[in-house]
Design a protein around this ligand. Structure first.
Ligand SMILES: Cc1cc2nc3c(=O)[nH]c(=O)nc-3n(C[C@H](O)[C@H](O)[C@H](O)COP(=O)(O)O)c2cc1C
Length: 466
């Protein structure tokens, strides 16, 4: 059964032991985030903070920061997602387009004029030196002024005042930015609506880089197998989710930029203060008992990176299977934020690492990769100690490093100060063949045989080892 709203998803998470409620009051000012980080280190669960200082609204955090919770959101298991991921996320679907309804719970309360006050919501400040309180998990909706095509994306927003926020576009190809540029050329603002708290299918479609021609709300309908209901906004020419928790209606202002930041971005460092775009909020609508949804970035494996790691690696798996069948497994780990990419290969001929090195950098998503490590298939790519062992014992650093200069680097990388053209490295950590110049047969790794491991596992209880 598709989730109608974030509440139905919260209920499911609770039933599955994937969400914990905090009843004690917490401060939105750094305490909430510190509790989340500490709690996640002990057990990765979503948290619903029921009482937040100075606000009547609860806060949901971490709703999708584990593979299990992403699977629950999609209502599909890992294997089903492997099979369907391309169809769900890369092929435009219009089998369940959104339907417009007259009334929506998201408009139970309508605030305009002087009543617009963002500060009454429990917007968190996550880290001490951040420039302000941040709305990090709002789904921003806008329409292409020329074609009318809708877009939904997630862009962080710093609260500047009770009715003003900055918005941050990390890349020039962000769709809302493109919509805005068309209006700004004519000196006009762009209508926007920011949905805070919604069903997880819409949130995931907005968070993932879907192709430009895809309407994320229609795509979410296909993911759910049920159309998303939308209502007309009160003050802007847009529709929003009828079952959302909170909606900010406003205008992205032309020729206006104001300082935004610092903010701890996803690499885990403070950004510099920069002049950034500004949205003036004209109206806030919300449910009477709205739930404020947030997400935390930074060097926390429980951050939003987990959503990307899980789903993007499924997309990559499908693409790698076609282009590089010699790859057995790979890992895009959230600790290195995908910068260190490990692949294991079936090495049936020499120079397999070289072949992979030649192809991998042609995938658009390889911008994120800084170092590629190629290991043999006996190494479990998801076990860092096995990867370290391969690096330590199978690499001859005089011969096994391929340095690839002049590739495109991620613009947010602090190590390269965001340089466009960077070098990337491939390390061949496979056992070398004589054809590759190894002077003899590579020593065989000493491990128990499969048969003996199976026997031991079968008899494990008998040994009395607890
Ligand atoms: C919690 C969260 C915060 C994000 N913050 C930003 C951001 O501040 N700026 C940005 O450009 N992308 C951000 N993203 C990534 C975009 O939402 C994502 O790439 C999306 O596909 C962009 O949509 P678009 O391609 O339709 O513009 C964030 C994603 C998540 C999940």
């Amino acid at each position: 059964m598709p989730y109608r709203d974030v509440r139905e998803f919260i209920k499911r998470l609770e039933d599955e032991g994937e969400l914990v409620r905090v009843k004690a009051e917490v401060d939105w000012d750094q305490e909430l985030s510190a509790v989340f980080v500490r709690a996640s280190k002990e057990k990765n669960r979503a948290i619903l903070f029921e009482k937040v200082k100075g606000s009547g609204f609860p806060v949901l955090i971490g709703q999708l920061t584990s593979s299990k919770r992403v699977e629950l959101a999609f209502e599909r298991n890992s294997r089903e997602l492997d099979d369907e991921i391309e169809n769900l996320l890369n092929i435009p679907r219009n089998d369940f387009p959104p339907v417009i309804v007259e009334r929506g719970k998201s408009q139970e309360v309508v605030l305009t004029g002087d009543d617009v006050d963002l500060l009454k919501f429990p917007v968190p400040k996550f880290n001490p030196k951040e420039g302000g309180r941040y709305i990090t998990a709002g789904v921003s909706i806008s329409k292409d002024p020329e074609t009318g095509a809708r877009n939904a994306g997630i862009y962080r927003m710093m609260v500047r005042d009770k009715n003003e926020i900055n918005v941050n576009f990390g890349f020039p190809n962000r769709h809302m930015l493109r919509h805005f540029q068309k209006r700004e050329k004519e000196g006009k603002p762009l209508d926007v609506a920011v949905v805070i708290g919604c069903d997880p299918a819409v949130w995931l479609c907005a968070a993932l880089p879907l192709a430009g021609k895809i309407d994320e709300v229609a795509q979410a309908g296909a993911v759910r197998g049920k159309a998303v209901e939308m209502v007309k906004c009160r003050t802007v020419d847009l529709e929003v989710l009828a079952d959302a928790e909170i909606v900010l209606e406003g205008e992205l202002l032309p020729n206006t930029k104001k300082p935004e930041g610092p903010y701890v971005d996803f690499q885990g460092y403070y950004t510099k203060v920069k002049d950034n775009y500004v949205i003036r909020i004209k109206c806030i609508t919300h449910r009477k008992d709205a739930i404020f949804e947030t997400s935390m970035t930074g060097q926390t494996p429980e951050g939003e990176m987990e959503v990307y790691r899980y789903l993007l690696s499924k997309q990559q798996k499908a693409q790698l299977k076609k282009a590089l069948p010699q790859i057995v497994d790979f890992t895009f780990d959230s600790a290195s934020m995908g910068h260190i990419y490990v692949v294991s290969v079936r090495k049936e001929k020499p120079f397999v690492a070289k072949e992979i090195n030649e192809k991998i950098w042609t995938f658009p998503w390889s911008i994120m990769i800084k170092m590629l490590v190629v290991v043999d298939e006996d190494i479990d790519v998801n076990d860092p100690s096995q990867v370290m062992w391969a690096l330590a014992t199978r690499v001859d650093f005089e011969k096994d490093i391929i340095l690839n200069p002049k590739l495109q680097g991620p613009s947010f990388d602090v190590a390269t100060a965001g340089r466009q053209s960077v070098a990337k490295v491939t390390i061949d950590a496979t056992m070398k063949l004589q054809e590759e110049g190894y002077p003899a047969k590579f020593p065989e790794p000493g491990k128990s045989s499969k048969e003996i491991i199976e026997k031991v596992m079968k008899r494990w209880g008998e040994y009395g080892i607890r």
